[in-house]
Design a protein around this ligand. Structure first.
Ligand code: AVJ
Length: 328
């Protein structure tokens, strides 16, 4: 009945808010303070990220789009070779602009597959359920809203067909570099031998090009970062004064780590629920890492996490790569 359904919905929403609250409190109690970049993506954050993708400095999306629009046939071949049917599972699907090229090509070739986009944003999945059937009426589609591995297990419980995992947009770069191998090993564990992984990775390049992508002139990346403080204000009953924080991005060409921080512009206290936090003048909150990879690092990652190299595609500038690996 309706009232039970409402109770369930409220409970789910409350659990989500409680997890968000706990992560925020925990991160801000630590030294150095940090917040988890997975919380960037509420409705406002999704919109700001779409604006980032249109920034002239943010080359990543355009480079990967060039691969997906220009090398669709090669991609489709590498993924569908030697199999009759499969599930095409996308981690962090976003608006699926890039994958839509691939979906169209696979449908055109009459290949038997189901598209299973997974996204942490409920918003994103609702939009895909709405928009994809309009452009691709023959597409078999099951959207899943939640955390990658929980939803990956759910996808496995729904079907036993071979899997192709898409993990695009250099989302892998959002993990601390020491956890990237662990993450790929975990992906491997959720796959069977011969299943495939198509992963978008940003390549080390001129440090100025990289830094500019995370420090755009129009200040959208700054608003994107500050939106997390606004989201905390909106959802967790807090009183951040947004103008008292500034965005700071760095890139270390040695390690390939591009990091962003919010810097407290003065001595201040902020109340979040029952908790009070002190921010010293110039104290940073670490917000996000966007790791860049060398070719050696990429091959090393495949070897260490149980994958075999199948193919690798590039944009014309060789700034970005989509690697295709097979589970060993
Ligand atoms: C969505 C994780 C790929 O790290 O490049 C863009 C997020 N942050 N600008 C990235 C982001 C700031 C983006 N990823």
């Amino acid at each position: 009945n309706i009232s039970d359904l409402m109770d369930d919905l409220f409970e789910a929403a409350n659990t989500k808010t409680a997890l968000f609250y706990n992560d925020v409190i925990k991160g801000l109690r630590e030294n150095p303070k940090h917040l988890d970049s997975k919380y960037f993506y509420d409705a406002a954050g999704d919109k700001l990220f779409r604006e980032i993708m249109n920034c002239p400095e943010y080359y990543l999306t355009r480079a990967e789009l060039e691969i997906f629009s220009g090398k669709t046939v090669e991609l489709a071949a590498a993924l569908s070779r030697d199999r009759d049917s499969f599930d095409l599972i996308e981690l962090g699907a976003g608006d699926a602009t890039k994958s839509t090229y691939l979906l169209k090509e696979l449908l055109g070739q009459q290949i038997d597959f189901r598209y299973i986009p997974i996204d942490i944003s409920a918003n994103v999945i609702e939009n895909l359920n709405e928009s994809l059937p309009k452009v691709l009426p023959r597409l078999k589609l099951t959207g899943l809203n939640g955390e990658y591995f929980e939803m990956l297990e759910k996808a496995t419980s729904l079907s036993k067909r071979p899997k192709v995992l898409l993990f695009l947009g250099s989302n892998i770069g959002n993990m601390p570099v020491d956890r990237v191998t662990e993450f790929c090993k975990k992906l491997r564990k959720h796959l069977s031998k011969g299943d495939r992984l198509l992963m978008g990775m940003d390549i080390k390049k001129n440090p100025k090009t990289i830094l500019a992508a995370y420090n755009d002139k129009s200040g959208i990346t700054k608003r994107f970062n500050l939106n997390l403080l606004e989201r905390i204000n909106r959802e967790l009953n807090s009183n951040f004064i947004i103008s008292r924080f500034d965005h700071y991005a760095t890139y270390d060409p040695e390690s390939g780590a591009c990091k962003s921080y919010l810097i407290s512009l003065d001595n201040q206290t902020v109340q979040i629920g029952e908790e009070v936090f002190h921010f010293a003048e110039n104290e940073p909150i670490f917000m996000e890492i966007s790791q860049k990879f060398s070719f050696e690092q990429i091959q090393d990652l495949a070897d260490k996490s149980g994958f075999k190299f199948i193919d690798q595609l590039f944009d014309s500038k060789k700034w970005f790569t989509d690697v295709i690996w097979s589970a060993e």
